[in-house]
Design a protein around this ligand. Structure first.
Ligand code: ADP
Ligand code: MG
Length: 388
């Protein structure tokens, strides 16, 4: 039984300003004019999801049944991919019918744009599903984001590069620098974080050097930019340079990109207070979104007391390590997958992974049981909670 289709899509609102990417947007749009499957491929933190969502928001109106996002990052079991798509599309599972059958029969007459975000860890399950959906639903268009192509017939791969960085030593005219994507992102985020940051003649050379040092990787730029709240751009550059120098034996050789990002995350993590570090690494136990109540029930201990959870969580949001998004009026939080992978390593190092997994399971078990008790009276509320 499908629920009434009250929604024409489920794309989240953009929480921060979108910057640049005119070339990539143009290329994706052009590809989508003829192709039905476009994969945005690149490493974590490079900006694939932002691009996919931006394109979907732009083009969604041209699809009679709208644009829909399926987030696969949180799915661990490949067998659940089809269920994840059903859930995102607001279609209900039915005991007697296979999920794939429900999906294909619903999609076959619909004209919609589907975004499958983060396919890389489930390629073996996503690829056949995508092939089947494309066959069954002639008016459906798919955008995937993934670190590796799906290798499905008809797939058009668009490699996503980092943001454009300014050339040279940063002596070009300010007006020209302000048009550069990496510099724009840095200035935006630094301005938002500190309230006073402005690109000017005296900081332009360091900002350029920093953007170049960070390889134009948006996630790394955001982590560095928020620190302008307490550090000058020079200080940020000096401290990051020291770390990069350690890794490259003091030489000026470039690091591989994943190392650049990893090093920036390390730097950002080390700047946290001990309590922030503890909470951050524990947050990796949540798959997808979580609420303040989830955190208070699962992640607290003597070093992260329940009374301080909100403050510590807010500090992590301020530092761009946790993303806040409102879902139907409820404040929710999430970790970028790349940051979650990092947090998971740290949780393992601290030998807390088993304990936290247990507490997380226990929390969801209790919440479900409590809700089941009251479900007869509060079904709608419960469904909304389960979907957060
Ligand atoms: N064009 C852009 N404009 C503004 N912010 C961006 C842009 N591209 C990426 N970001 C930001 O950089 C971070 C990483 O981008 P994301 O799209 O999540 O990368 P990926 O999906 O490749 O891991 C996010 O916080 C995102 O909002
Ligand atoms: Mg992504």
């Amino acid at each position: 039984m499908a629920r009434p289709k009250h929604r024409m899509g489920n794309l989240p609102a953009e929480a921060t300003s979108f910057i640049g990417r005119r070339r990539e947007l143009g290329e994706i749009r052009k590809k989508l004019a003829t192709a039905r499957l476009v994969s945005l491929v690149g490493p974590g933190g490079v900006g694939k999801t932002r691009l996919a969502l931006r394109i979907a928001a732009d083009l969604g109106r041209g699809f009679a049944d709208g644009a829909w996002l399926v987030e696969l990052a949180e799915i661990r079991d490949g067998a659940l991919v089809t269920n994840a798509v059903l859930a995102a599309l607001d279609l209900r599972d039915q005991a007697a019918i296979k999920p794939l059958q429900i999906l294909l029969s619903d999609l076959q007459n619909r004209q919609l744009l589907l975004v499958l975000d983060n396919c890389e860890h489930l390629l073996g399950d996503v690829a056949p599903l995508v092939a089947e959906v494309l066959r069954a639903a002639p008016r459906l268009t798919l955008i995937t984001t993934t670190r590796e192509p799906l290798q499905v017939p008809g797939e058009h791969v668009i490699p996503i590069p980092p943001l454009q960085v300014p050339p040279g030593d940063g002596t070009q005219p300010l007006a020209q620098l302000r048009q550069n994507e990496a510099v724009m992102l840095f200035s935006e985020r630094a301005g938002a974080a500190s309230g006073t940051f402005e690109l000017n003649g005296s900081n332009q050379a360091v900002v350029v050097a920093l953007c170049r040092r960070l390889d134009g990787l948006p996630l790394a730029i955001e982590l560095a930019a928020v620190r302008t709240r307490v550090l000058s751009v020079e200080q940020i550059m000096d401290r990051l340079s020291d770390r990069f120098a350690l890794l490259t034996g003091g030489g000026r050789a470039a690091l591989p990109r994943h190392q650049t990002l990893r090093t920036t995350i390390d730097w950002s993590y080390d700047l946290l207070t001990p309590a922030e570090q503890v909470l951050f690494r524990r947050l990796c136990v949540f798959a997808g979104r979580f609420t303040l109540e989830d955190v208070a029930s699962v992640c607290t201990s003597s070093d992260v007391p329940a009374t301080e959870v909100l403050d510590i969580l807010s500090a992590l949001v301020d530092k761009s390590l946790v993303t806040k998004e409102d879902v139907r009026g409820v404040a929710c939080y999430r970790l970028h997958e790349t940051l979650r992978e990092y947090a998971r390593l740290k949780l393992g190092d601290a030998d807390e992974d088993e304990l936290l997994e247990e507490r997380c399971l226990e929390h969801y078990r209790t919440t479900c049981l409590r809700s089941a008790d009251q479900a007869r009276y509060r079904l709608l509320e419960w469904l909304a909670w389960a979907e957060l």
